[in-house]
Design a protein around this ligand. Structure first.
Ligand SMILES: *Cc1c(COP(=O)(O)O)cnc(C)c1O
Length: 366
Protein backbone atom coordinates (compact mmCIF):
# COMPACT_ATOMS: atom_id res chain seq x y z
CA UNK A 1 0.00 0.00 0.00
CA UNK A 2 1.28 3.48 -0.87
CA UNK A 3 -0.77 6.33 0.64
CA UNK A 4 -0.92 9.93 -0.70
CA UNK A 5 0.99 11.03 2.40
CA UNK A 6 2.36 9.18 5.43
CA UNK A 7 2.50 11.48 8.45
CA UNK A 8 3.64 8.79 10.88
CA UNK A 9 7.22 8.81 9.61
CA UNK A 10 7.91 12.39 10.70
CA UNK A 11 6.23 11.77 14.04
CA UNK A 12 8.63 8.91 14.73
CA UNK A 13 11.58 11.16 13.80
CA UNK A 14 10.62 13.96 16.21
CA UNK A 15 8.97 11.84 18.92
CA UNK A 16 11.85 11.82 21.39
CA UNK A 17 12.56 15.51 20.84
CA UNK A 18 9.01 16.76 21.43
CA UNK A 19 8.09 14.49 24.35
CA UNK A 20 9.85 16.59 26.97
CA UNK A 21 8.51 19.88 25.61
CA UNK A 22 4.93 18.59 25.32
CA UNK A 23 5.14 17.36 28.87
CA UNK A 24 6.35 20.79 29.96
CA UNK A 25 3.41 22.49 28.26
CA UNK A 26 0.98 20.19 30.07
CA UNK A 27 2.73 20.81 33.39
CA UNK A 28 2.85 24.58 32.88
CA UNK A 29 -0.87 24.66 32.01
CA UNK A 30 -0.10 27.56 29.67
CA UNK A 31 -1.84 26.35 26.53
CA UNK A 32 -2.51 29.31 24.23
CA UNK A 33 -0.12 32.01 22.93
CA UNK A 34 2.64 31.08 25.33
CA UNK A 35 6.43 30.91 25.10
CA UNK A 36 6.50 28.20 22.40
CA UNK A 37 4.17 30.17 20.15
CA UNK A 38 6.29 33.30 20.54
CA UNK A 39 9.49 31.35 19.91
CA UNK A 40 7.97 29.65 16.86
CA UNK A 41 6.82 33.00 15.48
CA UNK A 42 10.35 34.35 15.78
CA UNK A 43 11.92 31.24 14.29
CA UNK A 44 9.46 31.11 11.38
CA UNK A 45 9.88 34.84 10.65
CA UNK A 46 13.64 34.41 10.71
CA UNK A 47 13.55 31.32 8.43
CA UNK A 48 11.28 33.04 5.91
CA UNK A 49 12.97 36.42 6.10
CA UNK A 50 9.80 38.22 7.15
CA UNK A 51 9.80 40.99 9.77
CA UNK A 52 6.76 39.58 11.55
CA UNK A 53 5.02 36.22 11.84
CA UNK A 54 1.72 35.96 13.69
CA UNK A 55 0.36 32.53 14.61
CA UNK A 56 -3.37 31.84 14.33
CA UNK A 57 -5.80 28.94 14.37
CA UNK A 58 -5.78 27.80 10.70
CA UNK A 59 -4.82 28.73 7.16
CA UNK A 60 -8.40 29.78 6.48
CA UNK A 61 -8.25 32.14 9.45
CA UNK A 62 -4.86 33.43 8.29
CA UNK A 63 -6.51 34.52 5.02
CA UNK A 64 -9.51 36.04 6.78
CA UNK A 65 -7.34 37.92 9.31
CA UNK A 66 -4.97 39.20 6.62
CA UNK A 67 -7.84 40.46 4.44
CA UNK A 68 -9.47 42.08 7.49
CA UNK A 69 -6.19 43.70 8.55
CA UNK A 70 -5.72 45.02 5.01
CA UNK A 71 -9.10 46.72 5.29
CA UNK A 72 -10.99 44.53 2.81
CA UNK A 73 -14.73 44.69 3.46
CA UNK A 74 -18.29 44.84 2.19
CA UNK A 75 -18.57 45.28 -1.57
CA UNK A 76 -14.84 45.14 -2.27
CA UNK A 77 -13.53 42.92 -5.06
CA UNK A 78 -10.59 40.57 -4.61
CA UNK A 79 -8.99 38.97 -7.65
CA UNK A 80 -8.06 35.33 -7.19
CA UNK A 81 -7.79 31.95 -8.88
CA UNK A 82 -10.66 29.48 -9.27
CA UNK A 83 -8.25 26.53 -9.24
CA UNK A 84 -7.56 26.25 -5.53
CA UNK A 85 -9.03 24.94 -2.30
CA UNK A 86 -12.37 26.55 -1.39
CA UNK A 87 -10.88 28.33 1.67
CA UNK A 88 -9.18 30.91 -0.58
CA UNK A 89 -12.56 32.22 -1.74
CA UNK A 90 -14.40 31.57 1.53
CA UNK A 91 -12.09 33.98 3.34
CA UNK A 92 -12.97 36.72 0.84
CA UNK A 93 -16.70 36.04 1.33
CA UNK A 94 -16.45 36.10 5.15
CA UNK A 95 -15.57 39.80 4.86
CA UNK A 96 -18.50 40.57 2.57
CA UNK A 97 -16.13 41.03 -0.35
CA UNK A 98 -16.51 39.42 -3.78
CA UNK A 99 -14.10 36.88 -5.26
CA UNK A 100 -13.31 37.81 -8.87
CA UNK A 101 -12.00 34.67 -10.52
CA UNK A 102 -9.33 34.99 -13.21
CA UNK A 103 -8.12 32.05 -15.27
CA UNK A 104 -4.85 30.21 -14.70
CA UNK A 105 -1.70 29.47 -16.65
CA UNK A 106 -2.15 26.04 -18.29
CA UNK A 107 1.36 24.89 -17.29
CA UNK A 108 1.84 26.15 -13.73
CA UNK A 109 -1.88 26.16 -12.74
CA UNK A 110 -1.25 29.54 -11.06
CA UNK A 111 -3.07 32.83 -11.68
CA UNK A 112 -2.28 34.10 -15.20
CA UNK A 113 -0.99 37.67 -14.66
CA UNK A 114 -1.77 38.54 -18.29
CA UNK A 115 -5.48 38.13 -17.55
CA UNK A 116 -5.55 40.01 -14.26
CA UNK A 117 -5.48 43.59 -15.54
CA UNK A 118 -8.76 43.37 -17.48
CA UNK A 119 -10.46 42.06 -14.30
CA UNK A 120 -9.53 45.19 -12.33
CA UNK A 121 -12.47 47.53 -11.66
CA UNK A 122 -13.08 50.55 -9.42
CA UNK A 123 -14.03 48.18 -6.62
CA UNK A 124 -10.91 45.99 -6.79
CA UNK A 125 -8.94 46.24 -3.56
CA UNK A 126 -6.61 43.25 -3.60
CA UNK A 127 -5.03 40.41 -5.54
CA UNK A 128 -4.91 37.05 -3.78
CA UNK A 129 -2.55 34.70 -5.65
CA UNK A 130 -2.18 31.09 -4.48
CA UNK A 131 1.20 29.37 -4.76
CA UNK A 132 -0.56 26.23 -5.88
CA UNK A 133 0.88 22.80 -5.14
CA UNK A 134 4.02 24.55 -3.82
CA UNK A 135 5.01 26.38 -7.01
CA UNK A 136 5.42 30.15 -6.55
CA UNK A 137 2.91 32.25 -8.49
CA UNK A 138 4.33 34.70 -11.03
CA UNK A 139 4.76 37.49 -8.47
CA UNK A 140 6.72 40.01 -10.59
CA UNK A 141 3.88 41.11 -12.88
CA UNK A 142 1.26 40.72 -10.12
CA UNK A 143 3.18 43.06 -7.81
CA UNK A 144 3.66 45.52 -10.67
CA UNK A 145 -0.10 45.54 -11.41
CA UNK A 146 -0.86 45.97 -7.71
CA UNK A 147 1.53 48.90 -7.49
CA UNK A 148 0.03 50.63 -10.52
CA UNK A 149 -3.56 50.14 -9.37
CA UNK A 150 -2.93 50.66 -5.62
CA UNK A 151 -4.07 47.15 -4.68
CA UNK A 152 -3.14 45.03 -1.72
CA UNK A 153 -1.46 41.67 -2.36
CA UNK A 154 -2.29 38.83 0.02
CA UNK A 155 -0.44 35.57 -0.75
CA UNK A 156 -2.07 32.21 -0.06
CA UNK A 157 1.00 30.22 1.04
CA UNK A 158 -0.95 27.29 2.51
CA UNK A 159 0.83 24.91 0.13
CA UNK A 160 4.13 26.75 -0.26
CA UNK A 161 6.08 26.91 3.00
CA UNK A 162 9.70 27.12 1.84
CA UNK A 163 8.99 27.86 -1.83
CA UNK A 164 10.99 30.80 -3.14
CA UNK A 165 11.72 33.09 -6.07
CA UNK A 166 15.26 34.41 -6.46
CA UNK A 167 16.14 33.27 -2.94
CA UNK A 168 13.14 35.07 -1.44
CA UNK A 169 10.45 32.96 0.23
CA UNK A 170 6.76 33.09 -0.65
CA UNK A 171 4.88 35.05 1.97
CA UNK A 172 7.35 37.95 1.81
CA UNK A 173 6.35 39.46 -1.55
CA UNK A 174 2.89 40.87 -0.85
CA UNK A 175 1.43 42.82 2.06
CA UNK A 176 0.88 39.54 3.90
CA UNK A 177 1.51 35.81 3.47
CA UNK A 178 -1.00 33.28 4.80
CA UNK A 179 0.19 29.84 5.90
CA UNK A 180 -1.64 26.69 6.95
CA UNK A 181 -0.19 24.09 9.29
CA UNK A 182 -2.91 21.53 8.57
CA UNK A 183 -1.23 18.15 9.22
CA UNK A 184 -0.63 17.23 5.58
CA UNK A 185 0.86 20.59 4.51
CA UNK A 186 4.63 20.86 3.92
CA UNK A 187 4.99 22.16 7.47
CA UNK A 188 2.17 20.53 9.41
CA UNK A 189 1.18 20.30 13.06
CA UNK A 190 -0.99 17.74 14.85
CA UNK A 191 -4.28 19.58 14.43
CA UNK A 192 -5.26 22.92 12.94
CA UNK A 193 -2.87 25.86 12.88
CA UNK A 194 -1.95 28.85 10.73
CA UNK A 195 0.25 31.93 10.48
CA UNK A 196 0.44 35.30 8.76
CA UNK A 197 3.73 36.90 7.73
CA UNK A 198 4.14 40.59 6.99
CA UNK A 199 6.85 43.23 6.80
CA UNK A 200 4.46 45.95 7.87
CA UNK A 201 4.57 47.00 11.51
CA UNK A 202 1.07 48.44 11.19
CA UNK A 203 -0.41 45.24 9.74
CA UNK A 204 1.39 43.11 12.31
CA UNK A 205 -0.04 45.16 15.16
CA UNK A 206 -3.55 44.90 13.71
CA UNK A 207 -3.19 41.15 13.12
CA UNK A 208 -2.15 40.57 16.74
CA UNK A 209 -5.26 42.39 17.89
CA UNK A 210 -7.56 40.71 15.38
CA UNK A 211 -6.53 37.18 16.37
CA UNK A 212 -7.24 37.90 20.02
CA UNK A 213 -10.69 39.56 20.27
CA UNK A 214 -9.47 42.96 19.12
CA UNK A 215 -7.43 43.31 22.25
CA UNK A 216 -3.92 44.61 22.86
CA UNK A 217 -4.23 44.45 26.61
CA UNK A 218 -6.37 41.86 28.37
CA UNK A 219 -10.03 42.96 28.75
CA UNK A 220 -9.42 46.16 26.76
CA UNK A 221 -10.99 45.80 23.30
CA UNK A 222 -10.42 48.40 20.60
CA UNK A 223 -11.92 46.65 17.55
CA UNK A 224 -14.14 43.66 16.79
CA UNK A 225 -11.71 40.78 16.45
CA UNK A 226 -11.74 37.02 16.33
CA UNK A 227 -10.73 34.09 18.46
CA UNK A 228 -7.98 32.65 16.28
CA UNK A 229 -4.84 31.71 18.16
CA UNK A 230 -2.13 29.12 17.86
CA UNK A 231 -1.69 26.86 20.86
CA UNK A 232 1.44 25.77 22.68
CA UNK A 233 1.18 22.08 21.84
CA UNK A 234 1.04 22.82 18.11
CA UNK A 235 3.91 25.30 18.46
CA UNK A 236 6.12 22.63 20.06
CA UNK A 237 5.51 20.35 17.08
CA UNK A 238 6.02 23.16 14.58
CA UNK A 239 9.33 24.19 16.17
CA UNK A 240 10.65 20.63 15.82
CA UNK A 241 9.48 20.36 12.21
CA UNK A 242 10.68 23.83 11.23
CA UNK A 243 14.23 22.69 12.03
CA UNK A 244 13.81 20.02 9.35
CA UNK A 245 11.73 21.87 6.76
CA UNK A 246 14.61 22.42 4.33
CA UNK A 247 15.32 18.69 4.25
CA UNK A 248 11.59 17.87 3.99
CA UNK A 249 11.20 20.15 0.98
CA UNK A 250 14.37 18.78 -0.63
CA UNK A 251 12.93 15.28 -0.17
CA UNK A 252 9.74 16.34 -1.93
CA UNK A 253 11.68 17.92 -4.80
CA UNK A 254 13.87 14.84 -5.22
CA UNK A 255 10.78 12.60 -5.32
CA UNK A 256 9.13 14.89 -7.86
CA UNK A 257 12.18 14.90 -10.11
CA UNK A 258 12.36 11.10 -10.02
CA UNK A 259 8.69 10.96 -11.05
CA UNK A 260 9.12 13.51 -13.82
CA UNK A 261 12.20 11.86 -15.35
CA UNK A 262 10.31 8.60 -15.71
CA UNK A 263 6.87 9.96 -16.60
CA UNK A 264 8.27 12.15 -19.38
CA UNK A 265 8.78 9.01 -21.48
CA UNK A 266 5.14 7.94 -21.26
CA UNK A 267 2.51 8.74 -23.91
CA UNK A 268 -0.46 10.86 -22.85
CA UNK A 269 1.08 12.09 -19.60
CA UNK A 270 2.19 15.68 -18.99
CA UNK A 271 4.31 15.84 -15.81
CA UNK A 272 4.07 19.03 -13.73
CA UNK A 273 5.85 22.00 -15.25
CA UNK A 274 8.50 23.83 -13.25
CA UNK A 275 8.58 27.31 -14.69
CA UNK A 276 12.17 27.87 -13.54
CA UNK A 277 11.28 31.21 -11.95
CA UNK A 278 11.46 29.81 -8.46
CA UNK A 279 11.79 26.79 -6.21
CA UNK A 280 8.75 24.51 -6.33
CA UNK A 281 8.28 22.60 -3.05
CA UNK A 282 5.78 20.07 -4.38
CA UNK A 283 3.03 20.07 -1.82
CA UNK A 284 1.36 18.01 -4.54
CA UNK A 285 2.76 16.21 -7.55
CA UNK A 286 0.07 16.89 -10.14
CA UNK A 287 0.21 15.75 -13.77
CA UNK A 288 -2.22 16.13 -16.66
CA UNK A 289 -3.72 13.25 -18.61
CA UNK A 290 -6.81 12.43 -20.65
CA UNK A 291 -6.82 8.93 -19.18
CA UNK A 292 -7.32 9.86 -15.54
CA UNK A 293 -10.09 7.40 -14.69
CA UNK A 294 -8.25 4.37 -16.03
CA UNK A 295 -4.96 5.32 -14.40
CA UNK A 296 -6.62 5.87 -11.02
CA UNK A 297 -8.30 2.48 -11.28
CA UNK A 298 -5.04 0.73 -12.22
CA UNK A 299 -3.23 2.42 -9.30
CA UNK A 300 -6.02 1.54 -6.89
CA UNK A 301 -5.92 -2.11 -8.06
CA UNK A 302 -2.20 -2.08 -7.21
CA UNK A 303 -2.81 -0.62 -3.72
CA UNK A 304 -1.59 2.85 -4.65
CA UNK A 305 -3.51 6.00 -3.72
CA UNK A 306 -4.07 8.91 -6.08
CA UNK A 307 -6.33 11.97 -5.85
CA UNK A 308 -7.89 14.76 -7.85
CA UNK A 309 -6.87 18.25 -6.70
CA UNK A 310 -9.21 19.84 -7.73
CA UNK A 311 -12.12 18.24 -9.58
CA UNK A 312 -14.30 21.39 -9.77
CA UNK A 313 -13.02 24.97 -10.19
CA UNK A 314 -14.56 27.33 -7.65
CA UNK A 315 -16.82 29.20 -10.08
CA UNK A 316 -18.52 25.86 -10.87
CA UNK A 317 -18.94 24.78 -7.22
CA UNK A 318 -22.54 24.55 -6.08
CA UNK A 319 -22.03 27.42 -3.63
CA UNK A 320 -20.93 29.80 -6.44
CA UNK A 321 -22.46 28.26 -9.59
CA UNK A 322 -25.51 30.51 -9.80
CA UNK A 323 -23.56 33.70 -9.14
CA UNK A 324 -20.89 32.91 -11.76
CA UNK A 325 -23.07 31.10 -14.32
CA UNK A 326 -22.01 33.46 -17.12
CA UNK A 327 -18.32 33.18 -16.30
CA UNK A 328 -16.26 30.84 -18.42
CA UNK A 329 -12.66 30.08 -17.46
CA UNK A 330 -11.63 27.46 -20.01
CA UNK A 331 -8.12 26.71 -18.74
CA UNK A 332 -9.28 26.03 -15.17
CA UNK A 333 -12.19 23.94 -16.43
CA UNK A 334 -9.96 21.87 -18.68
CA UNK A 335 -7.21 21.37 -16.07
CA UNK A 336 -9.83 20.28 -13.50
CA UNK A 337 -10.90 17.52 -15.90
CA UNK A 338 -7.37 16.23 -16.55
CA UNK A 339 -5.35 16.75 -13.34
CA UNK A 340 -4.19 13.82 -11.27
CA UNK A 341 -2.10 13.95 -8.09
CA UNK A 342 0.21 11.10 -7.12
CA UNK A 343 1.56 10.21 -3.66
CA UNK A 344 4.27 12.61 -2.52
CA UNK A 345 5.98 13.20 0.82
CA UNK A 346 9.62 13.75 1.82
CA UNK A 347 10.19 10.13 2.80
CA UNK A 348 8.66 8.57 -0.33
CA UNK A 349 11.33 6.20 -1.63
CA UNK A 350 12.65 5.96 -5.20
CA UNK A 351 11.64 2.32 -5.28
CA UNK A 352 8.05 3.24 -4.47
CA UNK A 353 8.08 5.89 -7.19
CA UNK A 354 9.33 3.34 -9.72
CA UNK A 355 6.54 0.97 -8.66
CA UNK A 356 3.94 3.72 -9.14
CA UNK A 357 5.32 4.72 -12.56
CA UNK A 358 5.49 1.07 -13.65
CA UNK A 359 1.77 0.69 -12.94
CA UNK A 360 0.97 3.84 -14.93
CA UNK A 361 3.27 2.74 -17.74
CA UNK A 362 1.62 -0.70 -17.98
CA UNK A 363 -1.76 1.01 -18.21
CA UNK A 364 -0.94 3.67 -20.82
CA UNK A 365 1.16 1.42 -23.06
CA UNK A 366 -1.24 -1.58 -22.93
C1 LIG B 1 -5.14 24.09 3.12
C2 LIG B 1 -5.44 25.32 2.36
C3 LIG B 1 -6.09 26.43 2.94
C4 LIG B 1 -6.73 26.37 4.28
O1 LIG B 1 -5.93 26.00 5.33
P1 LIG B 1 -6.58 25.37 6.66
O2 LIG B 1 -5.45 25.36 7.63
O3 LIG B 1 -7.06 24.00 6.32
O4 LIG B 1 -7.70 26.25 7.09
C5 LIG B 1 -6.21 27.59 2.20
N1 LIG B 1 -5.75 27.67 0.94
C6 LIG B 1 -5.15 26.63 0.34
C7 LIG B 1 -4.64 26.80 -1.06
C8 LIG B 1 -4.98 25.41 1.02
O5 LIG B 1 -4.40 24.38 0.40
Amino acid sequence: MIPMVDLRIQYRQIKAEIEQDLHQVLESAHFILGPNVHAFEEEAASYLGARYAIGCASGTDALQLALAAAGIGEGDEVITTPFTFIATAEAICYLGAKPVFVDIDPHTFNLDPGLVETAITERTRAILPVHLFGQPADMGPLLELARRHHLRVIEDCAQSFGASIGGRFTGTFGDAGCFSFFPSKNLGCFGDGGMITTNSEELAARLKMLRNHGSRERYHHSIIGYNSRLDEIQAVILRAKLKRITAYNEGRRAAAHTYSRRLAELPGITPPHEDGRGIHVYHQYTLLTNRRGGIMQALSDAGISSAIYYPIPLHRQEVFAQRYRNLSLPVSESVAERCLSLPIYPELESEQIHTIVDVIKAHVTA
